[in-house]
Ligand binder design. Structure first.
Ligand SMILES: [Zn+2]
Length: 459
């Protein structure tokens, strides 16, 4: 069989159908309390979801759907909780036969095999509007390491490379995935944290060939280095951690013209990092792992499936722990998922191009969050509205962030505005800065860059 990144379209589609069926029917469906209840509510049986197409008919869910009040404790309902009996019913044949044989011969270690696959033992923190722990089992960590080894090779790195990471050393997907990537690739790596003095000391100790830094801070890290007189001649690759904006990418490219700059990114809720490939760079997009995660798109305004660009929706395959199924990541991709062979490296893996990280959840200067998906959800369903737009921008007089909702009512304008405001407050937790009743002409003339069909961004 061809390797995971060289499968023909037909073979990949068959493999993903099989992996989706197993994940839904034998992992998430029976063992995740949230999805068990959700499937019952939708009147769907897990046994009927046996393919990628069938999965796409399932409404996507995000953090506010699982924990509407933003209480991280609610996210425990996602975690797969398999009992010993359940494991024997649902695990894959060879593992079950091994466990049954061990149990029959009185070998108590069979419990360790079950725990290896199903017991959550390690956690990273993630989230958009609020922070919550994502659980991994021992077997999940093997998957993270396997994905890490792939990342290393897609980025064109080898065991001869040496990594210096400026990513904060905390329980985050980014830090864990980077450290596992270097470990799985057999490359030396230093993780001194984000503190400039510690970073500079580490760089002097062991000149790195690869520097990893969070995209928003990368240019500052490089300037600090230069200011301290540390040579960056050894660096050949810069990994921007978290999909960078074009401006962030341009800023580091200006400082390091001879260095290959690649983005690595994990959507909120994910446990593996995707990377751009060395030959293809930004234009070829983030390379996904089709046997570890299934990437789909929904229209961010309505939550409905779309073949166009839209919100990235993620389904983890072959992982226990926190069960991400049809997970709304809040990331927006400008283009549809590209499944053609990569023009850079030739790999046949779905690629996400033009990704805007965390675009659907706004964090205000005072730390409060507004989930634009909740606002759009409250407006999309209304029969008393002909149309609507949301404009996100900054107020002229003091530069504070503001969100203005423009409504085109189909009814008495005052009543419609009050009813829409009440619904938005209920689902989004707080009100936008302003609600404006408008005309079709004014609605069509609203300025700003389109984030989604109905949400616009203004500087
Ligand atoms: Zn490529």
């Amino acid at each position: 069989m061809a390797s995971w990144d060289r499968l023909s379209a037909g073979a990949l589609s068959k493999l993903q159908d099989r992996l989706v069926a197993h994940q839904v029917q034998h992992v998430v469906g029976p063992f995740s309390p949230y999805w068990k209840a959700r499937l019952a509510e939708l009147g769907r049986r897990a046994s009927t979801i046996g393919s990628v197409a069938a999965l796409e008919a399932l409404p996507a869910a995000g953090e506010r759907d699982v924990a509407p009040d933003g209480d991280p404790a609610g996210m425990a309902r996602l975690v797969v909780q398999a009992s010993e009996g359940g494991f024997v019913l649902h695990a894959k044949g060879p593992t079950v036969r091994r466990v049954l044989r061990m149990r029959a011969t009185g070998n108590k270690d069979y419990l360790k095999v079950i725990a290896h696959e199903t017991k959550p033992t390690s956690y990273v923190w993630s989230g958009l509007g609020f922070r919550y722990p994502l659980a991994s089992t021992r077997a999940d960590l093997d998957v993270v390491a396997r994905a890490g080894a792939r990342l290393w090779s897609i980025a064109g790195l080898t065991a001869q490379d040496a990594l210096l990471s400026a990513v904060p050393v905390t329980s985050s997907t980014e830090h864990l995935a980077l450290s596992y990537a270097a470990m799985a690739a057999g490359a030396p790596a230093l993780f001194p944290g984000a503190e400039p003095a510690a970073l500079i000391a580490a760089a002097r100790l062991a000149p790195p060939t690869v520097l990893a830094a969070p995209s928003p801070q990368a240019a500052d890290v490089l300037s600090t280095w230069a200011g301290a007189g540390v040579s960056i001649d050894s660096v050949r690759t810069l990994l921007l951690v978290g999909a960078p904006t074009p401006a962030q990418r341009a800023a580091v490219a200006g400082l390091l013209p001879a260095v290959t700059v690649l983005a690595v990114h994990a959507p909120a809720g994910a446990r593996v990092l995707w990377t751009e490939c060395r030959a293809g760079g930004a234009a070829a997009g983030l390379h996904t792992y089709p046997d570890l995660d299934l990437v789909q798109m929904v229209d961010p305004d309505s939550g409905e499936p779309t073949a166009q660009g839209g919100e990235v929706v993620l389904t983890q395959l072959g992982m226990f722990g926190s069960a991400l199924l049809r997970w709304r990541t809040g990331d927006i991709a400008a283009a549809p998922i590209d499944s053609a062979p990569c023009p850079g490296c030739g790999r046949r893996v779905p690629r996400v191009i033009g990704l805007k990280a965390h675009a659907m959840v706004l964090v205000s200067d005072d730390g409060r969050t507004l989930d634009l998906r909740a606002v759009a959800g409250a407006l999309s369903g209304r029969t008393d509205l002909t149309d609507w737009r949301v404009v996100v921008g900054r107020r002229g007089r003091d530069g504070r962030g503001q969100v203005i909702v423009h409504l085109l009512p189909d009814g008495e304008p005052g009543e419609v505005a009050v009813a829409a405001a009440t619904d938005i407050r209920t689902v989004a937790g707080l009100l936008p800065t302003q609600l404006v009743v408008t005309t079709p002409e004014d609605l069509a003339a609203l300025p700003g860059e389109a984030l989604t069909p109905r949400i616009r961004l203004r500087d």
